[in-house]
Design a binder for this molecule. Structure first.
Ligand SMILES: Cc1ncc(COP(=O)(O)O)c(C=O)c1O
Length: 393
């Protein structure tokens, strides 16, 4: 008789990669989560920028039920309507002319790096392969995306990282030295660095980067995995800067909590790619994409974007007022529904105290508390969360 090995009970069977909070979440409603004891938490994390529509959204639930009646997966060997519709809609709403779907943020960035290399090699020659990322960047945990991520503790255990990827200061003069037209294929940046401390890149700097990358024929990739899809108050963060990237990566909120990523690209980049150059089994499957179509229409709704813009600037003003009232706050940075508060103690301690007081917030580095409320959070709930934050500071 075969021996059945029982998995260890409870959390012991999970690989210990995360410092999980001692709270078991079982249910969500609106912008609140509930633990196994029925205790409510106001959620200012959105599942790390994923749950833009909060929890238990009836429209999202209906979209999931409708999608479950259709095909779940067939592979990319066949045409399916939802993927074609979503790509067309993203093209309509952005600078892009072509879209590639995948399954996560890191996978989207890895795809974009490959597309940039193929484009640069095809148009300029075999030596144009390097990828440049910026100080403070976070682009993911796979090999090339990790090499483009500026966090020593994430990188050190996995050296040697993917070659041909370097980190450069957020400084136009440094970039002018490093962006060699003969060897650099792409520069990747987050218009608002998320994990690196919620740093809104100076728009003038980004415009200079755009001019320099055009001059040197370097593909400019915007990683809008965290700051895109409405989080800054426009559908895409690049719209506020007044320039267009050559590629843009999306993930987190795109499919309402289901795993999905996307790379949006210009005609020129797309023209360098041929059938078989890249691929993925699950990417763009009809079920997940049907949900993404619903989420995109909801987030692209001008009334939601106006809500994020106006309430977001109010949140900024409130955080600055809190900072004036307490010596615990060192700096405030952010835009829309994406804010970082530098504190003079380990940010994890503030996160734990906030959780005990019924508010979920995140860290972004050792001394930054990060808030990423669902985009649907009302004025009153924002005020309630900020009051708790002030109290725990
Ligand atoms: C800006 C940015 N890029 C890439 C990623 C990686 O996304 P994923 O965790 O889906 O691989 C993240 C995740 O936090 C991110 O914030």
């Amino acid at each position: 008789m075969a021996t059945i090995t029982m998995a260890p009970a409870g959390a012991d069977a999970l690989l210990g990669l995360y410092k999980r909070a001692p709270v078991e979440l079982v249910r969500g409603e609106g912008v609140e989560l509930f633990d196994a004891d029925g205790r409510a938490y106001l959620d200012f994390t959105s599942g790390i920028a994923v749950n833009a529509l909060g929890y238990g959204d009836p429209g999202l639930r209906d979209a999931m039920h409708a999608a479950a009646d259709g095909l779940i997966h067939v592979s990319n060997l066949f045409r399916t309507a939802p993927g074609e519709q979503l790509a067309a809609r993203l093209v309509e709403l952005s600078f892009a002319r072509k879209v590639f779907f995948c399954n996560s943020g890191a996978e989207a960035n890895e795809g974009a790096f490959k597309f940039a290399r193929k484009w640069a090699r095809t148009t300029e020659g075999a030596a144009k392969t390097d990828i440049i990322a910026l100080r403070g960047a976070f682009h993911g945990r796979l090999f090339a995306s990790l090499a483009a991520t500026d966090r020593p503790t994430y990188r050190a255990p996995f050296r040697p990282l993917a070659g041909g990827v370097s980190i450069v200061e957020r400084d136009i003069e440094d970039l002018a030295i490093v962006l060699d037209a003969d060897t650099v294929a792409a520069l990747v940046l987050e218009p608002v660095q998320g994990e690196g401390g919620v740093r809104v890149l100076d728009h003038g700097f980004v415009r200079e980067v755009r001019a320099l990358t055009r001059e040197r024929k370097v593909a400019l990739i915007f990683d809008e995995i965290q700051c895109g899809m409405g989080r800054t108050g426009s559908l895409f963060a690049y719209e506020q800067i007044g320039i267009e990237p050559d590629m843009l990566t999306l993930a987190k909120p795109i499919a309402g909590g289901l795993p999905m990523g996307a790379v949006l690209m210009s005609d020129q980049i797309a023209a360098a790619m041929n059938a078989g150059d890249h691929g993925t089994t699950f990417g763009g499957g009809p079920f997940v994409v049907s949900i993404a179509l619903h989420v995109l229409e909801r987030i692209a709704d001008p009334s939601l974007l106006t809500h994020v813009t106006s309430e977001g600037s109010w949140v900024g003003s409130q955080l600055r007022a809190i900072s004036d009232r307490t010596c615990r706050v060192r700096a405030i940075r952010g835009v829309g529904f994406m804010w970082g508060v530098d504190v003079g103690e380990p940010a994890g301690d503030v996160v734990a105290r906030a959780r005990d007081a019924g508010l979920l917030v995140l860290t972004a580095g050792d001394h930054t508390v990060r808030i990423l409320p669902p985009l649907i959070t009302s004025h009153d709930d924002l005020a309630r969360g900020l009051a708790i934050l002030e109290q725990v500071l």
